[in-house]
Design a protein around this ligand. Structure first.
Ligand code: GLN
Length: 452
């Protein structure tokens, strides 16, 4: 824990943590020492981790990287963070994210961008993004400030930053992790998961996060398997789906080659690649950008300056609402609220929201059909390596396109894992994604372990 706190001090310029809690961490570490001495260690006893600042932590400020929650100190603890603490994890602090987890670069945080510790060979001075929205967690783990960290993933926010920072990240099946106490973005998509340096670490940490929670009505009452035991090293006879629709025009040579190398690796380990079709893939991004903003506009209605969070006074109640929300929300969050309010409004609800729900079903059905013949699906995680701060244009859609490979999985509620699969010509990490059947994180982990 001390070594990691020192690393946090040295790497403060990367801006990975919003709130550091070294004293609490040292106190907890001492308790872990005692437990280890008595043979009472939990699965994560004494392991120092970062906690994405979207998980409510009792008595420790939780901001969602938004001005509207800048001074919010929750009186309760999220189930996932409570589970981790119960397993012995030592929390070093709260890691930065895109505001309310909306973004793919960490550039929408109200507290400034996070910097990826990886450097381009051709230009080591360029400051690269860690991806997002769990970018603070990704940087913290990649820069050795934390042994592991929690992330949340609505459309790719664990997997894409894991890929950009050379880490393993899992978005479990929807319902595997409790959402209780996690600041909500899009409730039908949000899932928590681990971000780690190895597949084994991810398996151990996932096991400490999950489990049925009666406080979350969408938490699945399923047994928690021993994820680590699933890492048998044997994938002979497994069928691996390669979806032909994941080769969009303009997919870079580098990513295509990475993907092919992944297929070769699986073949060498005795698995069989099978071409599959997920015909509705091309509708996933537009569908997500209706469903997610719709749910966001509803979830974020609670920030009204009345119950908690920022309040900017006005002469009437309406003026107070308007001033509070205008001052509290950043540009991307406002954009999502506006889109969401529009697609849910009378007259447009059927044309957009209901239509999107129907397409979402077709996307999920594509996967269900594919999983009748294959055990797992392999795709790239992101269309590129980490990009530089200020290298994107002003069009928000450019940023949204980063999640083309991760969003279909989210809409279908399936488990998806990103693992480091190689380096770009410029020396940056690239990731491949494995997608599994509902609640079959074990197969995903087993395959990832063999590929690692
Ligand atoms: N980048 C996507 C978005 O902005 C996904 C974010 C996430 O998974 N939280 O909505």
């Amino acid at each position: 824990t001390r070594a990691h706190i020192d690393a946090m001090d040295r790497n403060r310029a990367l801006n990975a943590f919003v709130t550091e809690t070294p004293d609490l961490a040292l106190e907890r570490a001492a308790l872990s020492d005692a437990k280890l001495g008595k043979g009472e260690a939990g699965a994560m006893e004494g392991l120092p981790i970062g906690m994405k600042d979207l998980f409510c932590t009792e008595g420790v400020r939780t901001t969602a990287c938004s001005r509207i929650l800048e001074n919010f100190v929750p009186p309760y603890e999220s189930t996932v963070s409570a589970n981790l603490k119960k397993a012995g994890a030592v929390v070093l602090g709260k890691t930065a994210l895109d505001e309310f987890a909306m973004g793919s670069s960490n550039m929408t945080s109200a507290f400034g961008p996070v910097i990826n510790p990886w450097k381009r060979k051709s230009d080591p001075s360029a400051r690269l993004v860690p991806g997002g929205s769990s970018g603070g967690s990704a940087t913290a783990v990649a820069a050795r400030m934390a042994l592991a960290a929690t992330g949340t993933d609505t459309g790719g926010s664990i997997r894409q930053p894991a890929a950009f920072c050379g880490l393993v990240g899992i978005k479990p099946t929807y319902g595997r992790c409790s959402r209780w106490g996690v600041v909500a973005f899009a409730s039908s998509l949000d899932q928590a998961g681990p971000m780690t340096r190895t597949v084994r670490d991810a398996a151990i940490m996932l096991g400490s996060m999950v489990g049925h929670d009666p406080k979350d009505s969408t938490s699945a009452p399923v047994a928690v398997p021993d994820f680590e035991a699933a890492l048998s090293g044997d994938i002979r006879g497994l069928k691996v789906g390669i979806p032909k629709e994941y080769r969009p025009d303009g997919l870079s040579d580098e990513i295509s080659k990475l993907w092919e190398a992944g297929v070769d690796m699986l073949k060498a380990a005795g698995a069989t690649p099978v071409e599959i079709s997920l015909p509705h893939t091309k509708y996933a991004l537009p569908t997500y950008y209706i469903v997610a903003p719709a749910e966001c506009s509803s979830n974020l209605a609670r920030y009204d300056g009345v119950r908690y969070g920022l309040r900017v006074e006005g002469s009437t109640l309406d003026e107070m609402y308007a001033k509070t929300r205008a001052a509290g929300f950043g540009e991307e969050v406002r954009r999502r609220i506006l889109i969401g309010t529009y697609v849910l409004s009378a007259g447009y609800y059927d044309a957009y929201y209901i239509k999107a729900q129907k397409v979402r079903r077709l996307i999920a059905d594509d996967f269900a059909k594919a999983f009748e013949t294959v055990d797992v699906i392999l795709t790239p995680t992101a269309p590129s390596a980490a990009f530089g701060l200020g290298e994107t244009d002003d069009n928000p859609v450019t940023m949204w396109l980063n999640d083309v490979f991760t969003i279909p999985t989210s809409l279908a509620g399936l488990p998806g894992l990103s693992l480091p699969a190689g380096l770009s010509a410029d020396g940056l990490p690239l990731g491949l994604q494995l997608i599994g059947r509902p609640f079959d994180e074990e197969t995903v982990l087993r395959v990832a372990d063999v590929m690692e």
